[in-house]
Write a protein that binds this ligand. Structure first.
Ligand SMILES: *[C@@H]1O[C@H](CO)[C@@H](O)[C@H](O)[C@H]1NC(C)=O
Ligand SMILES: *[C@@H]1O[C@H](CO)[C@@H](O)[C@H](O)[C@H]1NC(C)=O
Ligand SMILES: *[C@@H]1O[C@H](CO)[C@@H](O)[C@H](O)[C@H]1NC(C)=O
Ligand SMILES: *[C@@H]1O[C@H](CO)[C@@H](O)[C@H](O)[C@H]1NC(C)=O
Ligand SMILES: *[C@@H]1O[C@H](CO)[C@@H](O)[C@H](O)[C@H]1NC(C)=O
Ligand SMILES: *[C@@H]1O[C@H](CO)[C@@H](O)[C@H](O)[C@H]1NC(C)=O
Ligand SMILES: *[C@@H]1O[C@H](CO)[C@@H](O)[C@H](O)[C@H]1NC(C)=O
Ligand SMILES: *[C@@H]1O[C@H](CO)[C@@H](O)[C@H](O)[C@H]1NC(C)=O
Length: 576
């Protein structure tokens, strides 16, 4: 995928500047409010959102098939580093912040089995549940939990499923450290995963405060560490709106923190709580490319100082040989799995023209994505990048392997909301090749679902090429209303600013992967007969259809001539 390649290049550039361990002294210590004599030091190692990437990967998250292009992450490297480093500190915790499920064949093929086997070998002190742990319902999760020897913590669920109920605890006390670890997950699980009504999720912030108060009162602890799977933004809220929690180790939003290019914040991010005390927040991106590592010095409840930073796991990192061999061996049966026929198509699902015009594989993929969300939310249409569509699927049987080859990136569905005006800009950006949001190149063409029609004149000046953008599910297509809000299903990669199609959003809620969605769709819609049906149309008309109101139309046209100064403003705000 061109977009992925661009991101990978940016990534390679920052790998060269190896992350220096940082040191910072808290305000309390600096101002001499606390004495260092009775301080307590602890090393915290953490991983989050591994998403079944047991084996090493390319930076895009797909299988590392060519070592000379660089291989990252993998549990064998995580184990290699943790086993080597941990013995050098007297006090340490190794925490797993959830979303072990969903993302590679280790999960699609083996379910939770190999994930459980792996994490049991790592020496985690605790794990919390991510939203994806509920993707196949509570019984599935319960069976996974039965095989896991790591203590599983999650304070803000109340589940009737027996194993979950009897195994998952709100917190764990580490008496030797006089420390309690309290865990919470996102309360959005019901809308982004598949729990039944048997599991109720409560507000993570109020719940964390409740249990923090509880452990200070009922347990012999001097400090509380929160393990969260609520995303960076809510971690910051949690820090600001509570008392007694001075350290938050998080996951969920795939947020990169540190000094490296592309980082979205500092590692740790320091916020101030209701008592005016500092709270340290850390998280470690996704897929195990980094191992989170921080040494924290506490005085009583409060954090005084830290050293550490995320550790990049690349091909210079030592791997645990035994675990590496095991993980590689588990690949064996994939080939057989990949040969399974999932359905048939009467037409060739063409990829070769997707970068230039409407293509059949783009149509089918986007229709599958729309179909996947139809029962759960109101979605107006689907937009995906052409660059993520990698191989044509011939007419005839469709195998799992073909689906995975066509959509190998493990990109996940996500929903974004846009006004009609923003969508107009998105599409003008795509047909002009220049984003109307930041003035930079768009790095891929796009494909759409049924219910969207794009009409453009490639001969018009860039910035004025879009002639009409129509949307309408079930009913007739209508020119977009500039003021109305539409919900678009797209990919996490694009939501993060990939291919420069949409303005980057900081918080991404990743749903099922594309390959899984297409497989399910093919299973239920065979034989596929979708053709090229006029979803993306070239015209020789030169004037845009006035979308909504004439004022709105002018606003759109004016945005194409955005003054340079305004452009710079947009760029700067994106850079922050
Ligand atoms: C904790 O770490 C700090 C900074 O590295 C050090 O100055 C201090 O002596 C340590 N405290 C203890 C009790 O080991
Ligand atoms: C691996 O990648 C390198 C560098 O991009 C390339 O020269 C080489 O041909 C690739 N090897 C294989 C087997 O694809
Ligand atoms: C390690 O990765 C780099 C790229 O990051 C590559 O140039 C190098 O060849 C790799 N080394 C090995 C031994 O695979
Ligand atoms: C670990 O504990 C021992 C014994 O209390 C002490 O001598 C040593 O300095 C400690 N090491 C670290 C890294 O704090
Ligand atoms: C639990 O472990 C057993 C033994 O390794 C394995 O056969 C089974 O598939 C595992 N179940 C799950 C849900 O991981
Ligand atoms: C187990 O069930 C009890 C009673 O309904 C409930 O209070 C508790 O929160 C449940 N525990 C979990 C981990 O779901
Ligand atoms: C949506 O709901 C209908 C009716 O219950 C069902 O037949 C269909 O399989 C569901 N689709 C998906 C993608 O879950
Ligand atoms: C298509 O798949 C079916 C079922 O797996 C199989 O019986 C058939 O031989 C396959 N056809 C071709 C042409 O491979």
């Amino acid at each position: 995928m061109r977009g992925a390649a661009t991101l990978a290049l940016a990534f390679l550039a920052f790998l060269r500047s190896v992350i220096a361990e940082d040191y910072l002294v808290s305000r309390q210590l600096h101002q001499g409010h606390v004495k260092r004599a009775d301080s307590f030091n602890i090393s915290i190692y953490h991983v989050n959102d591994i998403h079944a990437h047991l084996d090493e990967i390319k930076t895009s998250g797909t299988d590392c098939v060519n070592a000379t292009q660089g291989c990252y992450g993998g549990y064998a490297r995580i184990k290699g580093v943790v086993d080597a480093k941990r013995p050098s500190s007297n006090n340490s915790l190794f925490l797993n912040l959830g979303d072990e499920f969903q993302g590679t064949l280790y999960y699609s093929f083996y379910g939770g089995e190999k994930i459980a086997d792996t994490i049991n070998q790592l020496g985690f002190d605790a794990m919390t549940l991510g939203n994806h742990e509920f993707d196949q319902g509570e019984n599935f999760l319960g069976n996974f939990i039965k095989n896991v020897t790591v203590p599983i913590l999650c304070a803000n669920i109340n589940s009737k499923e027996q194993t979950i109920n009897s195994t998952v605890k709100p917190y764990k006390v580490f008496p030797q450290f006089k420390t309690a670890v309290i865990a919470v997950t996102t309360d959005t699980v019901p809308s982004i995963s598949n729990p039944s009504e048997d599991t109720v999720f409560s507000d993570p912030i109020a719940t964390a405060q409740y249990w923090a108060d509880y452990v200070y009162e009922h347990e012999k602890v001097e400090r509380v560490i929160a393990m969260t799977h609520i995303g960076y933004k809510i971690d910051i809220e949690l820090a600001k709106k509570t008392r007694g929690i001075h350290m938050i180790v998080g996951g969920h939003s795939h947020t990169l923190l540190g000094d490296m290019a592309g980082a979205q914040g500092k590692y740790p991010t320091i916020e101030t709580n209701l008592d005016g005390d500092e709270v340290f927040i850390v998280t470690a991106w996704r897929y195990g490319v980094y191992l989170g590592y921080i040494d924290v010095e506490f005085s009583g409840q409060k954090v005084l100082s830290y050293t550490g930073g995320p550790i990049l796991l690349d091909n210079t990192t030592q791997q645990d040989t035994k675990l590496n061999k095991q993980i590689k061996d588990w690949r064996g049966p994939f080939e057989e799995f990949a040969a399974v026929v999932v359905g048939t198509t009467d037409v060739e699902l063409d990829q070769s023209t997707c970068q230039m015009k409407e293509c059949t594989l783009g149509n089918v993929m986007c229709d599958a994505m729309l179909d996947a969300r139809a029962n759960q939310s109101h979605v107006d249409g689907c937009i995906i990048n052409a660059g993520g569509i990698r191989a044509t699927i011939d007419a005839g049987n469709i195998t799992r392997g073909e689906v995975l080859t066509a959509f190998p990136f493990g990109n996940s569905l996500t929903e974004l909301k846009f006004t009609g005006e923003e969508l107009w800009k998105v599409w003008e950006g795509l047909v002009a090749g220049v984003s109307q949001f930041n003035g930079q190149k768009t790095t891929s063409f796009a494909q759409v679902s049924k219910g969207i029609r794009v009409t453009y004149n490639p001969e018009n000046e860039a910035g004025k090429r879009l002639i009409n953008l129509e949307i309408g599910q079930g009913a007739e297509l209508k020119t977009v209303d500039l003021k109305k809000e539409y919900t678009i299903v797209t990919l996490d990669f694009l939501a993060g600013g990939g291919d420069n199609i949409f303005p980057a959003v900081k918080e991404i809620v990743a749903l099922d992967t594309q390959a899984e969605i297409l497989t399910a769709y093919v299973e239920t819609h065979s034989p596929i007969k979708t053709g090229v049906e006029g979803r993306i149309v070239e015209t020789d008309k030169t004037k845009p259809v006035v979308p909504g109101s004439s004022n709105g139309a002018q606003a759109v046209v004016r945005s194409a001539w955005m003054p340079a100064a305004l452009c710079m403003g947009v760029l700067l705000s994106l850079a922050l």
